[in-house]
Design a protein around this ligand. Structure first.
Ligand code: 6PG
Length: 246
């Protein structure tokens, strides 16, 4: 599959999440039709919550028993913590759909040893995708967001995880948070069949312009997401796309 990058600008945030839900379901139907299962890595932060709620409200009847959910990154907190991406997804989606518990792969971020939590999660991915040493998983869909500094997942500018080329999941020390984050690495992101970025709101407009049209040295983490054999889709609302050249 040749790599493609497409940008879709929707009028409002509601239109953006509707388009994202449609794309999620379309990709899901294709993957289930082709392979009998749909493997997805979810993103955290605030933006995707509306998508997860919409999927629960409008697509409860989807074949969730064929969907396998992972997390592209997680904060180093227990699943009950208000900062937990798992908690956000659980409250907005998982508790409202008929997905088998064994189809949901949570990052064991309650482990006080962030490196051990990352290794554990990598082992879960290797088992699930039946990977041989040196092999990488190919997710059907990876959801990502855009941080104000150009980070995505928990791959922050000037952070150690940016250069990781062999591991799938690492504990990434983020100095500005004085904390670890557990995150997929670029090799995993760039082997996906499809990566879908969601960006909504005026506060994303400057960084989006920089990511889409700017030249940063080194490149911003979000600029380094280039699926080698897959689709890259940016779904934006007009407020977020306000500074892009028409
Ligand atoms: C996280 C995310 C992170 C997020 C961006 C955008 O755990 O925070 O995975 O990469 O996507 O920070 O966050 P907002 O959607 O809250 O703007």
């Amino acid at each position: 599959m040749p790599s493609t990058r497409s940008i879709e600008v929707l009028a409002t945030a509601a239109d953006l999440f509707h388009a994202a839900a449609e794309e999620f379901i379309r990709a899901g139907r294709d993957a289930i039709g082709a392979q009998g299962r749909f493997t997805v890595a979810l993103s955290g932060g605030s933006t995707p919550k509306a998508l997860y709620s919409l999927l629960a409200a409008s697509h409860a009847g989807f074949a969730w028993n064929r969907v396998f959910l992972f997390f592209g990154d997680e904060r180093h907190v227990p699943p009950t913590d208000p900062d937990s991406n798992y908690r956000m997804v659980n409250e907005s989606l998982l508790t409202k759909i008929a997905i088998p518990a064994e189809n949901v792969f949570r990052v064991p971020a309650e482990n006080p040893d962030a490196t051990a939590a990352a290794s554990d999660y990598e082992a879960q991915l290797r088992r699930f995708f039946e990977l041989k040493p040196g092999e990488f998983p190919r997710f059907d869909l990876i959801l990502l967001g855009l941080g104000p500094d150009g980070h995505t997942a928990s791959l922050f500018p000037d952070s150690p995880a940016l250069d990781e080329q062999s591991r799938l999941v690492v504990a990434n020390w983020v100095a500005k948070f004085n904390a670890y984050r557990i995150t997929f690495t670029f090799p995993v992101l760039n082997r996906a069949a499809e990566v879908m970025f969601l960006a909504s709101g005026a506060d994303k407009a400057n960084m989006l312009h920089q990511v889409m049209e700017g030249k940063s040295t080194p490149p911003l983490p979000s600029q380094r997401v280039q699926p080698s054999d897959g689709k890259l889709l940016w779904l934006l609302d007009e407020a977020a796309a306000a500074n892009l050249t028409p």
